[in-house]
Design a protein around this ligand. Structure first.
Ligand code: MOS
Length: 740
């Protein structure tokens, strides 16, 4: 970049004031005239058929306007054809109110629409469904396990087995389990649908992809895509739950069209368990090594849960072929179909679960070999991608181990379990490696500059709380030589330039590059105008010779030679100038290189020696993720990831009652997530990493890497503190106490 004033520097969130003053509007907050409220009624069985739905009592409630069910709803093309969305896995996606078949407990079976929310909520309790129930299967352990016949887009099946497992001198083996987890963003899924006639639709939705929702609505209602507008300016957390359009989107639009009034549908907290979440896994890891700790074989087999109607897939095991080289690598991935809603992508999908198992097994190997856990990883360091035998675009993981260990004070560790104490608490230190993909995907953006020197940046990406508004403001401000206050970023509107769903940690790199290019193109166009002036001081200048600074287009080496923005625009008779930019990944980079972010996670736990209560008193995460655009917002991302990982290690679990195929703890009182009292010191260390191949900004993204490895580091610390190895998450007192 020509000038770097803001990029790379700590900057406050530009959307902070709007959020803390309540001016930021979320999906259920847009004021709309004549609004009706829709409340969803859900199935109480997990599998079977609806035989009848008695609506009499609900319809008799004054203020109830209409109730929709599979027998009482408008026909739509959607119900006739196959359809999908941008991130749908192979299968037949669930369609709300399609027919009488129940696929999962909590499935929407009716929508009660009333003049007031309270009335709809009350009437919904009076809807009585009767069912012909079949026995649900929701136990991943007991269902058949199969290899998905069709790979999910973007999810590579495990590479073929390499080598033959011999008899390694050192062997460790374990079965690891991770439970169902749910994202539980603060903001509930909500959609407010407003029709203009019956062929133009606007929906205020909670989503990670406004254009994904736009395309789905256009297909469902047979509309031209540009007649559908989905708006999601602010998102109160999503963590992957908002990648796929949720049924609140369809139900609000369907009801609003039928009733010719705007309709708002907001899920209840309980219903947030009916939209996916992290699949449960059962994993087997076997490692074989020489006495020096050098890996000879890595075997990692995983089974993940999916629904009966879609083959949701994630990359759970491939990391095990990527992180460490071994002569023998055998990776396997299967699914088990359950009578539950299809899982979705939850922050660092696959890696969060798979790397937990691998990195715990590595810790067991370190104990077995009598080698320090960091040293073991250094001895097995992959300088090239061992699976594909390619170089990495950049990889400063070695530095991450070193800087993380220094910050943590790892050198003071006594390797013996139960060797450290603090009063009544056993102290444990553990570590793990984290890895995630560094994704860079096609993305567009537009930059507009007006004669008064104000810029507007626009693209359809959503800021899901990650800091997208802020980093795009920084990038544009630097590229256009403006203070950040003079740059306005518009996001989360499907009419803006094309963006993919915001996910996979790719938005900083992809939207950021698109904005950078759009600004550069804009300067090029401005130069064309400036050169048209008589005796233009920039008459001979090329695009690379000029920069824009303080409203002047000037020669890079000779700022006295300039044309003002106003003069340049006037030369062309313009009041503004704009340009589009596209991030276009270079396919040859993907062929030549492997691109990942990496981390080294260090954890200190204190475990009550009698009660088994675990506290994570310190976490240090050293992250190598290329260029950090804004250490303040990036640090927030990583802190959030660390807390996510801590929740995974100690708290989070959606518990099933297999008799009813139903999650029991469908509220934030019983689905435990870390509270403030669970969070102690967390240090984020940014490891310098020069990234020259992936994208022009050298950015890799930090939205997900903070989760990966954190649960393993904590589990390894718990083992070090107590001598007890818990291989099933979350690590709760009942699992720990018997061994204490
Ligand atoms: Mo992320 S799980 O791609 O929102």
């Amino acid at each position: 970049m020509p000038q770097t004033q803001h990029v790379g520097a700590e900057r406050d969130r530009v959307d902070g004031p709007a959020k803390v003053t309540g001016h930021a509007r979320y999906a259920a907050e847009f004021p709309v005239d004549g609004l009706l409220y829709g409340v969803i009624v859900t199935s109480s069985i997990a599998r079977g058929r609806i035989t009848a739905i008695d609506l009499d009592a609900a319809l008799a409630v004054p203020g109830v306007v209409q109730i929709f069910t599979h027998r009482r709803r408008p026909e739509s093309d959607w119900y006739k054809h196959d359809f999908s969305d941008d991130v749908a896995p192979p299968g037949q996606p669930f369609r709300a109110l399609y027919d009488d078949v129940v696929h999962f407990s909590g499935q929407p079976i009716a929508l009660v629409v009333a003049e007031e929310f309270g009335i709809a909520r009350h009437a919904a309790t009076l809807v009585k469904a009767t069912y012909q129930a079949a026995t649900p299967e929701t136990d991943l352990q007991t269902v058949a396990h199969y290899t998905p016949p069709k790979a999910r887009n973007g999810i590579a099946p495990p590479p073929a087995r390499r080598g033959k497992a011999g008899d390694a001198p050192l062997r460790v083996e374990g079965e690891f389990r991770t439970p169902f987890e749910y994202q539980n963003p603060m903001e509930l899924f909500a959609a407010t649908a407003v029709w203009d006639g019956d062929d133009k639709l606007t929906v205020y939705d909670k989503t990670q992809g406004v254009q994904n929702g736009q395309n789905q609505l256009a297909k469902i209602f047979g509309l031209k895509p540009d007649h559908v507008r989905v708006v999601s300016h602010y998102v109160g957390g999503a963590f992957g739950a908002g990648l796929r359009p949720q049924y609140s989107l369809f139900l609000s639009a369907m009801a609003a069209r039928a009733l010719e009034r705007p309709v708002r549908v907001v899920l209840t907290r309980d219903q947030m368990w009916s939209i996916g979440g992290r699949p449960a896994t059962i994993q087997h890891v076997r490692l074989g090594a020489g006495p020096d700790g050098k890996l000879q074989s890595i075997e990692h087999d995983a089974v993940g849960s999916t629904s009966r109607y879609e083959d949701q897939q994630e990359n759970i095991v491939n990391w095990s072929g990527l992180l460490y080289p071994a002569a023998t690598t055998s990776l396997g991935y299967k699914l088990g179909k359950l009578d539950l809603v299809t899982p979705n992508d939850m922050r660092a999908p696959g890696a969060a679960s798979g790397v937990f198992a691998l990195e715990c097994a590595m810790d067991e190997l370190a104990s077995e070999a009598g080698i320090d856990p960091v040293e073991l990883r250094l001895r097995n360091y992959a300088d090239r991608d061992p699976a594909e035998d390619k170089p990495f675009t950049s990889k400063e993981l070695r530095a991450a181990y070193r800087l993380g260990a220094e910050k943590f004070g790892w050198g003071e560790r006594n390797p013996a379990p139960r060797s450290m104490r603090d009063g009544h608490e056993l102290v444990g230190w553990g570590m793990a490696t984290g890895v995630w993909e560094a994704l860079y995907v096609p993305h567009t953006a537009r930059a507009t500059l007006t004669a008064d020197g104000k810029a507007t940046i626009a693209c359809a990406a959503s800021d899901i709380g990650t800091g997208t508004y802020t980093i795009l403001t920084q990038i544009a401000a630097d590229a256009l030589g403006l203070p950040m206050e003079d740059v306005t970023v518009c996001l989360g509107d499907s009419k803006l330039p094309t963006a993919p769903v915001e996910g996979g940690s790719w938005t900083a790199a992809s939207a950021g590059t698109a904005v950078h290019i759009a600004c550069s193109e804009l300067i090029g166009k401005l130069l064309e105008q400036a050169r048209r002036l008589n005796d233009s001081p920039l008459g001979a200048a090329g695009r690379d010779d000029v920069v824009l600074a303080a409203g002047r287009l000037q020669l890079r080496g000779d700022p006295a030679k300039f044309v003002t923005l106003g003069d340049a625009l006037r030369a062309g008779g313009l009041d503004h100038i704009d340009a589009e930019g596209s991030a276009k990944p270079d396919q040859s980079v993907a062929e030549k290189f492997t691109a990942n972010t990496h981390s080294a996670v260090f954890a200190e736990v204190k475990v009550d020696a009698e009660l088994g209560v675990v506290r994570v008193t310190r976490l240090v995460i050293a992250v190598a993720a290329g260029k950090i655009l804004n250490p303040k917002t990036a640090r927030s991302q990583l802190l959030g990831g660390a807390v996510f990982g801590l929740g995974m290690a100690l708290h989070e679990e959606s518990m099933l009652d297999h008799r009813f195929g139903r999650f029991m703890n469908r509220n934030l009182g019983e689905y435990h997530i870390p509270a403030h009292a669970d969070i102690h010191a967390i240090d984020i260390v940014f490891v310098p990493e020069q990234e020259d191949h992936l994208n022009p900004l050298g950015v890799k993204g930090v939205g997900e890497i903070g989760v990966v490895g954190t649960a393993a580091a904590i589990a390894n610390a718990v083992h070090h503190a107590t001598g007890v190895r818990v291989r099933e998450l979350p690590i709760t007192i009942d699992k720990l106490l018997p061994g204490l």
